[in-house]
Design a binder for this molecule. Structure first.
Ligand SMILES: Cc1cc2nc3c(=O)[nH]c(=O)nc-3n(C[C@H](O)[C@H](O)[C@H](O)COP(=O)(O)OP(=O)(O)OC[C@H]3O[C@@H](n4cnc5c(N)ncnc54)[C@H](O)[C@@H]3O)c2cc1C
Length: 396
């Protein structure tokens, strides 16, 4: 079993950090109450106003370095932004991808690509919200994905299909993972995949088709079809064949950021549950007096705090450029389960009213269930812990 190698220099503080940022997010969220999100869901619409407000306030460019027009904040600051959005009843799923997708461009893109795109992404002139990895027939077995990009002169021709590509209808650019060398011709199956930054606007109607995918939550999911889509060779990020490595490089940041949203949800559920448990009188006493009501909330609170600490440690390791995959994965597992535990306590405490749309409990309950499936499912995180931390045999 691997030794814990976290250096003493990694200090993790508890309690509220980035207070000014959080206060600013709270005041933004106050203008986007539950009714805003309920109305959007009824129309399956995109939260354009909310995303515009966050963009104009500079929060979606938090991780873009100052030289490219962003604010060059630490990952932990970005996590605090996302956590606070969720803790205040809103949902960052409409725009969070911009924060972590951008990392692939930043770390592996050429200077030409970075200077062309990053300032425009930072200003909101271009939206980089779509991330095309998952495919209908191959699922989590990413190296078997079937979307192909074949080099022809100064272009690539792309054919294939993606599924669950969130926000593709509300994005100008898409980061696409496609196979450039057939699986049979590579030494390692992780080789031969490449990442492309595709201009959706240029390709729509020229072989690229995007169809909305109706889902349990309003996540603007889509299916994306590529039929002989011609993209310039300059769309390639980094070196051909190394795309999976680039995507994996970004996954720790993605896990930390998305888990912060789960922590935010957990905080929203716990606050809402405590208020209701104190207010609701049944059998002449507040329902919170019953241990059957109080204990699940207490458990969810403790689990949320534990998950938060592991995630803070992951973010501190990330900031120190130290390996953080163990904590990012464990934090993801714990946060997704803490938010679900809090959601369950909340809906149960609300009794029948938990089902009433106007309470927002059922909406948040549906929304927070996603964290156990995406961006990576619980079993795959457990497999990571078993294999990479406990050094058990690989399970797949
Ligand atoms: C709302 C939503 C938004 C999404 N947005 C995006 C997006 O923007 N871009 C994108 O690329 N993808 C996106 N996804 C896809 C998401 O990342 C995948 O659904 C998720 O990674 C699981 O993959 P899968 O659905 O193919 O499940 P599968 O890989 O088919 O797995 C199904 C189940 O089997 C389990 N399983 C599979 N193999 C093993 C194993 N070896 N051991 C144990 N258990 C196993 C899994 O844990 C899972 O529970 C989104 C999904 C949803 C629902």
């Amino acid at each position: 079993m691997k030794q814990n190698t976290i250096p003493d220099s990694i200090q993790v503080a508890a309690g509220e950090d980035y207070t000014e940022i959080r206060e600013s997010i709270r005041s933004i969220c106050a203008n986007f109450p539950g009714k805003y999100w309920r109305d959007l869901e009824e129309k399956e619409a995109y939260p354009t106003e909310f995303v515009k407000t966050l963009t104009e306030a500079g929060y979606l460019a938090a991780l873009i370095p100052e030289q490219y027009g962003g604010s060059g904040m630490q990952l932990r600051a970005a996590a605090a932004i996302l956590e606070e959005i969720h803790a205040n009843g809103c949902n960052a799923g409409a725009c969070h991808a911009q924060m972590y997708i951008m990392g692939t461009l930043l770390r592996h893109g050429s200077e030409v690509q970075k200077s062309l795109y990053l300032p425009q992404i930072a200003s909101g002139a271009l939206r980089l919200q779509a991330f095309g990895v998952t495919e209908p027939t191959t699922g989590t077995d990413t190296t078997k994905l079937k979307t192909k990009a074949v080099r022809v002169g100064d272009h690539y021709i792309v054919n294939g299909q993606k599924v669950w590509t969130s926000r593709a209808l509300h994005s100008d650019l898409m980061l696409l993972l496609a196979r450039t060398t057939p699986l049979e011709e590579v030494k390692k199956k992780s080789e031969g995949l490449s990442v492309f930054l595709i201009d959706i606007r240029e390709c729509l109607g020229k072989g690229l088709e995007i169809k909305p995918l109706k889902a349990m939550i309003n996540h603007n999911a889509t299916e994306v079809f590529f039929s002989d889509v011609k993209i310039p060779a300059s769309s390639l990020i980094g070196e051909e064949g190394k795309g999976l490595k680039y995507i994996l490089d970004g996954m720790n940041a993605e896990r930390i950021l998305v888990s912060a949203e789960a922590i935010g949800d957990a905080r929203w559920f716990i606050k809402k549950t405590v208020e209701y448990a104190n207010e609701r009188i049944v059998f002449d006493r507040p329902i919170g007096k019953n241990q059957g009501i109080a204990f699940p909330i207490a458990r969810a609170y403790a689990e949320t705090e534990a998950a938060d600490l592991v995630l803070r440690r992951a973010a501190a390791l990330f900031a120190a450029n130290l390996p953080c995959a163990d904590d990012a994965n464990m934090g993801k597992l714990l946060a997704s389960e803490a938010s679900w535990r809090a959601a369950e306590a909340c809906i149960q405490t609300h009794g029948g009213f938990g089902f009433a749309r106007e309470y927002d409990v059922e909406r948040k309950w549906r929304e927070t269930r996603l964290f156990q499936i995406a961006p990576i499912s619980t079993n795959l995180v457990l497999s990571y812990i078993a294999e990479h931390i406990l050094e058990l045999p690989r399970t797949y």
